[in-house]
Design a protein around this ligand. Structure first.
Ligand SMILES: NC(=O)c1ccc[n+]([C@@H]2O[C@H](COP(=O)([O-])OP(=O)(O)OC[C@H]3O[C@@H](n4cnc5c(N)ncnc54)[C@H](OP(=O)(O)O)[C@@H]3O)[C@@H](O)[C@H]2O)c1
Length: 385
């Protein structure tokens, strides 16, 4: 079998590391052409030794010097800076680009990958949230293939195979509910960073873990589903399923609901995306149906988690609105993680910024980048930084 040649952006993060773990379990099936990260020179050097790519990239120039000295004499080209992510996204002799960068920083690489016609294995949901109108146009025009890594979208993708596009009634995205599902709203004011980082079912990077605690993550996923599956936001429901075994569902016009179940382990959707259209033997553990006990479902509390309600409005508005929502959230989450904001202020800031900024309804890339920039500036001012 011919090995698949991969570029992995964001290789040092939670998804990037899981991706390399999947690759290590399938010797001979992949060649890693390039790895990229922001600043973690130590781990990138270690990853280099494991998979020997031709290219490494660090966005942070000062850490790139450290990477060079760690790997001096090694036959690898070390690239520096954000623009080089784009070069890697369009590298020749590559079959698939994995984008596991966190935040809107992954947008340009996703766009260039899709434009180049390469399949994009996508964890970086913020790309689709910010650049939705651009991706929708590109997907219509060139039939570009985006292979979702987000577990919910992987589940939807798998369930959709059971019917035709015209037979789809709605998508049902499941959510664990995060650590504060049962916490009364009046206690939200005193939520600490440590509490918000303690997710009940998933181990992930810090930004998405906070997004899961505010349910912003579910909002981003609703917008991601709208773009990926060309479906209006009012046909995407969210249901709380604290066991995190059903990763999402699809309802067809005959009222049949198809669900995808597996253990909450990101290596499963990563494996599905990397080997698609095939399935391969995996040993991440089966769902022990007999011992599971109960599955429970409840609607999300949109008074407690206002950001999810706002995400639906933003998804329906479209244009630059989702990019603004995303940028304000990124700034606010960063401030919260640095103890510069209270937990509840994350949603306050997103609401304020979304309310104040005008929407460009048919945006080009420049409009999206400008909206992102303005929203970040406004959110920074609001978080006092
Ligand atoms: N973790 C999960 O289970 C999970 C599940 C579903 C979807 N996702 C999505 O996957 C993406 C990655 O999440 P994660 O949890 O893996 O995040 P993470 O652990 O924080 O890792 C982020 C990765 O992106 C790199 N990075 C950060 N800023 C960058 C920049 N400006 N330019 C280039 N690279 C940059 C980081 O490099 P350094 O290490 O050098 O900082 C790291 O490799 C997010 O969009 C998230 O929503 C994650």
């Amino acid at each position: 079998m011919v090995p698949k040649r991969l570029v992995i952006l964001g290789s040092t993060g939670s998804i990037g590391r899981s991706c390399l773990d999947v690759i290590s379990r399938h010797p001979g099936r992949f060649i890693v052409r390039a790895l990229a990260a922001h600043s973690n020179a130590e781990l990138l050097a270690e990853q280099y030794r494991a998979v020997k790519p031709d290219y490494l990239c660090l966005v942070d120039g000062t850490r790139a010097a450290e990477l060079r000295s760690r790997l001096s004499g090694e036959p690898v080209e070390i690239l520096v800076g954000e623009d080089e992510l784009i070069r890697l996204a369009t590298l020749d002799n590559t079959d698939t680009v994995v984008n596991a960068v966190v935040g809107a920083a992954g947008l340009m690489a996703s766009l260039e990958t899709v434009k180049s016609g390469r399949p994009l294995a996508l964890a970086n949901k913020e790309s689709l949230v910010c650049g939705g109108p651009l991706f929708s146009r590109l997907m219509k025009k060139s039939g570009a293939k985006i292979l979702p890594i987000d577990s919910e979208h992987s589940a939807i993708w798998q369930a959709l195979a059971c019917g035709k596009e015209s037979e789809l009634r709605r998508i049902i995205i499941t959510a664990s509910g995060g650590p504060f599902r049962n916490l009364p709203l009046e206690k939200f004011q005193s939520i600490t960073v440590e509490q918000a980082l303690d997710h009940p079912t998933w181990k992930m990077g810090p930004k998405i873990t906070i997004d899961s605690a505010t349910l912003v993550n579910k909002g981003l996923e609703v917008i991601e589903a709208v773009v990926l599956f060309s479906i209006p936001a009012d046909k995407v429901s969210v249901v709380i399923h604290p066991q995190s075994i059903i990763h999402s569902m699809v309802e067809f016009i005959d009222s049949s609901v198809i669900a995808q179940l597996s253990k909450p382990d990101m290596r499963l959707p990563i494996t599905y995306a990397l080997f698609w259209p095939d399935r391969v033997e995996s040993d991440f553990g089966s769902v022990d149906i007999e011992k599971l006990g109960q599955f429970t479902f409840e609607p999300p509390d949109l008074e407690k988690f206002r950001a999810l309600k706002l995400a639906y409005q933003v998804a329906a508005t479209g244009g630059t609105a989702p990019a603004v929502f995303n940028a304000a959230n990124e700034v606010a989450v960063n401030a919260f993680l640095n103890n510069a904001l209270r937990f509840t202020q994350i949603t306050d800031i997103i609401e304020n910024v979304v309310e104040k900024l005008e929407v460009v309804s048919q945006p080009e890339l420049n409009d999206i980048l400008a909206a992102d920039k303005k929203a970040r500036r406004m959110a920074k001012d609001m978080s006092g930084k």
